[in-house]
Design a protein around this ligand. Structure first.
Ligand SMILES: Nc1ncnc2c1ncn2[C@@H]1O[C@H](COP(=O)(O)OP(=O)(O)O)[C@@H](O)[C@H]1O
Ligand SMILES: O=C(OP(=O)(O)O)[C@H](O)COP(=O)(O)O
Length: 398
């Protein structure tokens, strides 16, 4: 990989403490990891470093904790899941810095793997605070970044550490960049993007550039509601960021100027409660009841999405079309995923999808292996697609 040091360049690391940034921000329901793709993808890097006798110290975030350490956002259950997937013991330290982390690291033997607690339990992490980065660096001799899916964040553990320690790209980071370049570096047109999901405020800005790079943008999931509301459609109690209406309107203007079609839902499946088995009905998008929530796009929209997939030569997809974890709100996502998989298998489509929940949705639909490429990354992959430098990648080029 041009401009990067990879594990091929790492030399003798026997006995060295290697801090490895991984993405363990995996989907969890009722305390159980529901999709282990991100864990499986970090296995090669961990096996290689451990096999060379390094002390492998994993750094990761989980969710977006607002109030410091809380059990809900602890990585401890994920350490157990990681051990199961890797088929080896994975230690856990209940703090990522300070004495707790230092003594757990000091107790490691060559080849051991240890996971440190959620880096986002410290606000300083997201501020890329140099003093905090130094505290993280105190536990390592070398830094390896294998978290491509968090590389769009300029945080202490994704960017800062690469300034303080000799830094290398891990095998997944390397493979993700190679695969995206191969699949989307020079995409065959028309390019259709599907963007859905729930991370509206952190992803909406990137649509401003994405509409200049793709021929059509299908917006579903929670993301669609903000656009519908901006257009004046009442969305009841749906997930919606009304204060982003101006941004949504501007994206629609930019899209029109760039000749990018914007496709919004024409119908929605609405329910009064966000829970399995909740009574639901499909209504025209102009008829969402004031006390209803749109939890999936409706059948007419599913048909329109399939038609756009048929027109596409290349499909990029991040974010489910509905709350796919809860039946029956998985219907549109599963239908679109299966349709894209069929077109791909027929040799008519290059399909690249990514994101923690999107990968889980593709697995739920049973088609993850049928896509051209499935990235672990959602936001990072879209930012890469819009041509934006990713801080966690750029710093590895120094
Ligand atoms: N209409 C909707 N209302 C509420 N949540 C939704 C809706 N559509 C999708 N979601 C939720 O979006 C989440 C995934 O969004 P996101 O994190 O942006 O995707 P990814 O992890 O693939 O990048 C899922 O948990 C799903 O339940
Ligand atoms: O899950 C992630 O991204 P994704 O939802 O875009 O797939 C990454 O772990 C980044 O998490 P963040 O969006 O809270 O920084």
């Amino acid at each position: 990989m041009a401009g990067f040091k990879t594990l091929d360049d790492i030399g003798n690391i026997s006995g060295k403490r290697v801090l490895v940034r991984v993405d363990l921000n995996v989907p969890v329901a009722d305390g159980k990891v529901t999709d282990v793709t991100r864990i499986e993808r970090i296995a090669p890097t961990i096996a290689e470093l451990s096999g060379k006798g390094a002390k492998v110290i994993l750094l990761a975030h989980f969710g977006r904790p607002k109030d410091g350490p809380t059990p809900e956002f602890s990585l401890e259950p994920i350490a157990k899941a990681t051990a199961e997937v890797l088929g080896r013991p994975v230690g856990f330290a209940s703090d990522c810095v300070g004495d707790t982390a230092a003594s757990a690291v000091a107790a490691m033997n060559k080849g051991d793997v240890l996971l440190l607690e959620n880096t986002r339990f410290y606000k300083a992490e997201e501020k890329n605070d140099p003093a905090f980065t130094e505290k993280l660096a105190a536990n390592g001799d070398i830094f390896v970044n294998d978290a491509f899916s968090a590389a769009h964040r300029a945080h202490s553990s994704t960017e800062g550490l690469a300034h303080l320690l000799p830094a290398y790209a891990g095998r997944t980071m390397q493979a993700e960049l190679d695969a995206l370049e191969k699949g989307l570096g020079n995409p065959v047109r028309p390019v259709v993007a599907i963007v859905g999901g729930a991370k509206v405020s952190t992803k909406i800005d990137l649509l401003m550039n994405l509409v200049k790079r793709v021929d059509a943008l299908v917006i579903g999931g929670g993301m669609a509601n903000t656009f519908l509301a901006a257009r004046g459609t009442a969305v009841g109690k749906s997930l919606c960021e009304h204060d982003l209406a101006t941004t949504a309107k501007q994206i629609m203007i930019e899209a029109a100027e760039a000749g990018c079609a914007i496709i919004l839902p024409v119908d929605g499946v609405v329910a009064k409660e966000f829970k399995a088995g909740a009574a639901s009905e499909t209504v025209a998008i102009s008829e969402v009841p004031a006390d209803g929530m749109i939890l999936d796009v409706g059948e007419k929209t599913v048909k329109a999405v399939a038609e756009w997939i048929d027109r596409a030569a290349t499909l990029v997809w991040n974010g489910p079309l509905g709350a796919f974890e809860i039946e029956p709100f998985d219907h549109a996502t599963v239908a679109a995923a299966r349709h894209a998989a069929d077109r791909t298998k027929a040799g008519k489509l290059v399909s690249v999808a990514g994101g923690g929940d999107t990968v889980a949705a593709l697995n739920h639909a049973g088609v993850a292996d049928d896509f051209t490429y499935v990235s672990t990354a959602g936001g990072a992959f879209l930012e890469w697609m819009e041509g934006k430098p990713l801080p966690g990648v750029e710093v590895l080029k120094h």
